[in-house]
Design a binder for this molecule. Structure first.
Ligand SMILES: [Zn+2]
Ligand SMILES: [Zn+2]
Length: 320
């Protein structure tokens, strides 16, 4: 490892590790129990929906398709907005997220992959490896190789947003809290805004993101021979705004479009397409499907994919 490849950690790395667990083990049950006991205000449901979409698009369109893969170009304003929205998800600092994902593509399902259910540690026990790929890997101290985000580190505005990731995360909790108080007028309304638009939203969207690393490398169809175990999964295609078409993505990582057919819903792509039409994004990269079909079978129809999502993957060739 050279001096330039010394590992770095996000600022407030402890918050980075603890916040998903607070959201999952305290925020989620509190949100549900209070709603059952004392009622669920409409504004809390709206906050949940709005914040899930804002932070979700920040991660799928911003962190993933724009910053990790440069699958389209856009203005600095849109770049900064997407990085801030993605930081509201509570999934750590943008540079850590992006470096970790680039590492995943470099070493997919081989040693060096930070969250594979097939390789690396732990080596024994299917459930242990699945848990490691899903959320277990986040329990380790978050570090990343800064060389993997060298392109982003040239940009002072993006570095500043990254260094203050926790401010955007707290903003993502404060906005639904304030909205709840302003609309409902009581402390209970503020609390339900905080819980439903903040912690419950964070917990559920994190589980969906984690599932791309775990479920979408185990269950689903593989229309493309990609050399690792990525899968197309309809459920997470829907829940993760198109990210569940993960085998498509590993086959064409540069593509801004992950769902290649009308029956592969891809909300993020719909938004990129719309933004291209109105001139907010450009140089949008599309998959060169004809080239891939020469050495790969046709994508399976919807019914086959739905069935495949219910079956565990076959034994892994080359796995531990
Ligand atoms: Zn993957
Ligand atoms: Zn990717």
């Amino acid at each position: 490892m050279t001096a330039s490849e010394r590992m770095e950690s996000p600022r407030l790395v402890g918050l980075n590790t603890v916040s998903p667990h607070i959201a999952l083990w305290i925020g989620l049950p509190a949100a549900l129990v209070l709603a059952l006991l004392y009622g669920l205000p409409t504004h809390a449901i709206v906050s949940f929906w709005v914040m899930a979409h804002l932070a979700g698009i920040g991660t799928t369109m911003g962190f993933h398709r724009l910053f990790c893969h440069r699958s389209f170009d856009t203005s600095r304003t849109v770049e900064c907005a997407l990085m801030i929205l993605g930081s509201m998800s509570g999934q750590s600092s943008p540079f850590f997220w992006i470096a970790t994902h680039r590492q995943h593509h470099r070493h997919s399902d081989r040693d060096g992959d930070p969250h594979s259910p097939h390789a690396g540690t732990p080596r024994r026990g299917w459930l242990r490896r699945f848990w490691h790929a899903h959320q277990g890997w986040t329990l380790r101290k978050a570090t990343y190789n800064p060389a993997l985000v060298r392109d982003l580190a040239q940009r002072r505005d993006l570095v500043w947003i990254d260094r203050h990731w926790y401010l955007w995360y707290f903003l993502g909790l404060a906005l639904p809290t304030a909205a709840g108080y302003l609309i409902g007028g009581t402390t209970y309304d503020a609390l339900m805004g905080f819980l439903w638009g903040g912690l419950l939203r964070q917990a559920l969207s994190e589980q969906v993101t984690f599932a791309i690393n775990s479920v979408c490398h185990v269950w689903g169809s593989r229309p493309y021979a990609t050399g690792e175990q990525s899968r197309n999964n309809l459920l997470f295609g829907l829940l993760a705004f198109g990210e569940g078409w993960h085998n498509n993505h590993h086959a064409f990582p540069y593509s801004a479009r992950h769902g290649f057919h009308w029956w592969q819903p891809d909300f993020t792509w719909n938004l990129v397409w719309l933004m291209e039409r109105v001139g907010l994004v450009w140089n949008v990269k599309r998959p060169k499907l004809d080239r891939a079909r020469k050495d790969a079978p046709e994508p399976e129809p919807l019914a086959a994919i739905a069935l495949a999502t219910l079956r565990p993957s076959p034994p892994i060739v080359g796995g531990p």
